[in-house]
Design a protein around this ligand. Structure first.
Ligand code: AHR
Length: 656
């Protein structure tokens, strides 16, 4: 909560008054192709992934069984015995469940479940992540490590909310040693709150670990693969980079639960489950069942980056736990381990397949390198302790890997202290990028479109690493992903693009939220156990990411009476790309005059618009605000268009 108060203070202090615009006149937008400016980074607009809001377990990582390896603080969380009821009331169960650690399936996640069966037909079930999303006709791989002192089989029955069976399968042939068994269950019904019931029909005791029900139809149908609809939304954005794994999750509330990439690779059964720092961070949305299985770990992140054509950008713990929480700090001597982790990560991602860490990557299925080019040192850190630790990281990384570009933090806020003193240090220390965060009001975004117009061109580049317009305030539960927020971000992003020589990466945050299990709002993508949709903010991000040019082009006016513009030349497709945001409630005519190069033909027009600033997308209307395509003819170097009320417009004009 300290974090929320701090943000609320900064939000109030830095929030300007709402901008007032006069009724708009017809606009003339002049583009000077005779004087193209600096190059725009091809990776300019990317994505920020953090395991917040059940974005990993329960989301992008589509395991349906919660607490599959019995490692939560309450090791039976998510698991319940099946109770029968007769005329006299509840019938005592025909067996017992208990948690054991002796002779475990693996020592890292040592807990396992022992089911003692006193009468045939003993059963227990898992509730999933707010239920399990089951789709009729789809296949689900049911698997578990099992050891038995007698019973030879277990029946799996998937039931819907009413208790009707919608799929079943059986594992059999157990003996007295741990072995993995699997079968595929085809669903005969659809339910997003289904559950998995397990029955043991013989007397005796059976040990279970890593009990899993996993969709077969993952992205690229990979075992342990990612949820297909969610990856599709990311893929469709064409993100230039993907920042992972956060966010505050990198830091941990204490160093003991910081993100350690080495614990997230190799056999999924041996990736140590730990609590998620968002479990009890926000008291208005407690999530006691929020843990990290790391089934989605660094190998899977790198593979995701490759799949969606994004450059990987891991952010690493710099020896400091979250400064809003414990602020626990590793000593300089202890920091050696952290720095070694960074060096080993580069080998894991890029090293030859016969190097120690490169070998693990190859064994996991990817002998070719992942082409890691950037690493972030710390998330929202500040103060001398951070600077001292950054220096040690930078010295080691620059010496051994001068090819890797380094990202340093600018703290949690976009101005004041500690932002100013961090930047003063970065001008001396020359990280390649400085990671600025702004969780601010829509009005702040609209009045800061010129933020980078006067930034030092010779200093480190800016990574706008986390930003989102907050309609209510930071860490408030009533923030909305409405058009007011999204259009203000679009206006701001014209300023990022116009300053593409300074700002070279930008990402909205957070990326994803489970509609029944979120902690933080607003978010770019919302999902439940079966469905997902992109918010208007998502479509703004996608519009910019899929229409990034290669070179800045001067456009006037940049900002005038609710009109915000930017221009870029795409030297690959020989197109001029003009973006124009009309942040007024009035339609306005605009003429785009192109000078310096011939412009002709039919321009492609893409529009995002809604006259209602409170409009949102939803599961029922996932594309209420989404891109509409049309064309408009260029005549004598001029494109005459109408900017709809509250609209974001992209024009792609062929130039010679
Ligand atoms: O995006 C949510 C959180 O906001 C991130 O984890 C953190 O970096 C920021 O404070």
């Amino acid at each position: 909560m300290i974090q929320a108060l701090y943000f609320a203070f900064v939000y109030m202090v830095l929030m300007p008054h709402a901008l007032l615009h006069d009724a708009p006149a017809a606009a003339t937008i002049s583009v000077d192709l005779g004087h193209p400016g600096a190059a725009i980074s091809p990776q300019m607009f990317g994505i920020f992934f953090e395991d917040i809001n059940f974005a990993a377990d329960g989301g992008l990582y589509p395991e349906l069984v919660k607490n599959r390896s019995f490692e939560f603080n309450d090791p039976l969380m998510g698991w319940h015995e099946i109770m029968a009821v007769d005329a006299k009331g509840i019938v005592p169960p025909k067996g017992e469940l208990d948690i054991r650690t002796e002779d475990p399936q693996n020592a890292t996640n040592a807990h396992y479940l022992r089911a003692r069966v006193y009468e045939t037909g003993y059963g227990f079930y898992n509730t999933g992540f707010r239920g399990m999303g089951i789709q009729s006709g789809d296949e689900y791989r049911f698997s578990a490590y099992v050891r038995s002192n007698g019973p030879k089989s277990v029946r799996a029955v998937v039931t819907d909310t009413e208790g009707h069976e919608i799929g079943s399968g059986q594992l059999e042939g157990f003996d007295g040693t741990w072995k993995r068994y699997e079968t595929v269950i085809r669903a005969t019904g659809t339910d997003q709150h289904a559950r998995l019931n397990l029955y043991v029909d013989d007397k005796g005791s059976v040990d279970f670990d890593m009990v899993s029900l996993y969709p077969v139809d993952t992205w690229k149908r990979r075992p342990n693969g990612l949820r297909r609809d969610l990856v599709q939304l990311l893929y469709d954005m064409h993100p230039g980079f993907i920042r992972f794994p956060g966010g505050c999750i990198v830091e941990g509330r204490r160093l003991a639960n910081r993100y350690r990439w080495k614990a997230t690779v190799g056999d999924i059964a041996e990736r140590k489950t730990i609590v998620n720092r968002w479990n009890d961070e926000l008291d208005y949305r407690p999530a006691p069942d929020y843990f990290q299985s790391f089934g989605l770990g660094f190998y899977e992140y790198f593979q995701l980056a490759e799949d969606i054509g994004a450059r990987p950008l891991p952010i690493l713990n710099c020896g400091m736990a979250c400064q809003f929480n414990s602020s626990e700090t590793a000593s300089v001597d202890q920091l050696k381990e952290y720095i070694q982790d960074a060096l080993d990560l580069i080998e894991f991602a890029n090293g030859p397949a016969d190097s120690p860490w490169g070998k693990l990557r190859a064994q996991m299925g990817h002998p070719a390198p992942f082409h890691l080019e950037m690493i972030g040192v710390g998330n929202e850190q500040w103060g001398d302790r951070y600077i001292d630790r950054y220096k040690l990281f930078a010295a080691a990384l620059r010496q051994k890997h001068p090819e890797i570009r380094l990202v340093a933090a600018a703290g949690p806020t976009p101005a004041g202290e500690p932002f100013d003193s961090l930047w003063a240090n970065w001008r001396q220390l020359h990280p390649d990028f400085v990671d600025e965060h702004y969780y601010m009001s829509p009005e702040w975004f609209l009045s800061n479109t010129g933020r980078y117009d006067h930034y030092d061109r010779s200093g480190p580049k800016v990574f706008a690493g986390e930003y989102a317009a907050q309609t209510s305030g930071v860490a408030k539960s009533d923030n909305r992903n409405n058009w007011r927020a999204a259009i203000s971000e679009a206006a701001f992003m014209t300023g990022l693009e116009r300053n593409g020589d300074v700002v070279q990466m930008a990402s909205y945050a957070p990326l994803m939220a489970h509609a029944e299990a979120w902690q933080w709002t607003p978010d770019q993508i919302w999902f439940d156990n079966l469905r997902s949709y992109g918010t208007p903010d998502y479509y703004v991000q996608a519009l910019f990411a899929t229409n990034t040019g290669t070179r800045i082009v001067p456009v006037t006016p940049r900002v005038k009476s609710g009109l915000y513009t930017s221009g870029a030349l795409d030297e690959r497709s020989h197109e001029l790309i003009v973006k124009a945001v009309n942040d007024t409630g009035t339609a306005r005519a605009a003429e785009i005059h192109v000078a310096g190069m011939g412009a002709s033909g039919n321009a492609k027009v893409i529009t995002l618009a809604s006259a209602d600033l409170n409009a949102e997308n939803s599961f029922e209307h996932p594309k209420a605000i989404s891109p509409e395509s049309s064309t408009a003819e260029v005549r004598s170097g001029t494109l005459s268009v109408e900017l709809r009320p509250y609209s974001v417009n992209v024009y792609r004009i062929a130039v010679q």
